[in-house]
Design a protein around this ligand. Sequence first.
Ligand code: DLZ
Length: 160
Amino acid sequence: MLEKHKNLSSYNKNQFSQAKGLKIGIVKSRWNKNITNNLFEGAYNTLIDCGINKKDIIKYEVPGSFELIFGAMSIYKQNVDAIICLGSVIKGDTKHFDFICNAVANGIKDLNIKLEIPVIFGVLTDNNLQQAIDRSGGKNGNKGVEAAVTALEMAILNKR
Ligand code: DLZ
């Protein structure tokens, strides 16, 4: 079980010496934008820190997490080496949370089967706003950083 306050966002950039020249797509959802903007910042800064050129980071924005799948399909046409999907779904009073979470997780899984590049699930699925804050640059790190690190590792693996 995840330690309650563990920060999982540390990485060693030396392991990404082969990342130079990779082209990475980031699709970010606008819903809960204070959270997703922080996820984006974490992912973007991590890519730059690991040697990705600014011009090789392609950014798309979509209305909500449900649209991340279509957004990823569109960004794929830009010949990217990996796609990072960033969203934040926060539980409300209805079943919407379950439908969106399941659809997005399954949709991104399907893209990983269909496309020949990795598509990373950087979507927070939290019970409340505080959990989302804690995981988007708060005490539990930044899921955007983790998504970027995962994208680089998988893109390098795919190039071998
Ligand atoms: C409708 C909706 C709701 C209730 N909650 C969220 C959320 O917490 N996070 C999120 O990313 N999107 C949410 N949406 C919007 C849906 O993802 C989608 O944009 C709409 O259902 C339109 O397809």
